[in-house]
Design a protein around this ligand. Structure first.
Ligand SMILES: [Zn+2]
Length: 193
């Protein structure tokens, strides 16, 4: 709200702000991802129901990997939509849900359908954590896992900072970066030779 008022009252101030803080768009990019895939990222909007790292800390990796996250999220969100149409309407599942609600037998919230609880860089690769969910179809769940695994493998060759092809930089950070993103320090891998 404050930014809108600033922009309306004094466009120069708003423009300077955006020039000074080019990385200020990171939270906006995260919000856009979360909004695009509301089923997968519902822990972000419903932290009181599903306490999670992604709800508390957001996406914990460089923005160069956001296209990989979006690609994976699109595939998984599609599976979740199909599941919500197909699984929830089955009478045995409705009865099982009603039983869970009646008995309050979980002790803690457990999702009905899979949801994402964490996205972060782990040992230089992109880790997307998905909780399985109460009503997940085992076949669909294998497809979801396959997307998660494929995304992790792809990330090993993508610069975490800017998204172009990169490689693991084991010497200092154990992160995947391109040559440009390790400047001005230089190509660290060559120092070993
Ligand atoms: Zn880069």
């Amino acid at each position: 709200m404050t930014e809108v008022e600033l922009a309306a009252g004094n466009p120069n101030v708003a423009e300077r702000r955006s020039n000074v803080r080019p990385r200020g768009s990171v939270p906006a990019e995260q919000s856009a991802l979360f909004a695009k895939f509301p089923l997968l990222f519902r822990a972000v909007a419903s932290q009181e129901v599903h306490p999670s790292n992604i709800g508390n800390f957001g996406i914990q990796c460089g923005t160069g990997w956001y296209p990989l996250i979006e690609e994976a999220a699109r595939l998984i969100e599609h599976e979740l939509l199909e599941m919500s149409r197909n699984q929830l309407v089955q009478s045995k599942n409705i009865a099982a849900l009603e039983h869970a609600v009646l008995m309050e037998n979980t002790g803690k919230p457990y999702p009905v359908l899979p949801l994402c609880t964490d996205i972060q860089q782990v040992n230089g690769a992109l880790a997307i954590v998905i909780v399985q969910g109460f009503l997940v179809d085992p076949v669909v769940w294998q497809r979801v896992l396959a997307v998660v695994h494929a995304t992790r493998e792809k990330s090993r060759a993508v610069c975490e900072n800017c998204g172009v092809p990169g490689k693991m930089r084991p010497v200092y950070w154990r992160h995947v970066y391109c040559e440009d993103c390790i400047a001005p320090i230089g190509p660290l891998d060559d120092e070993d030779e």
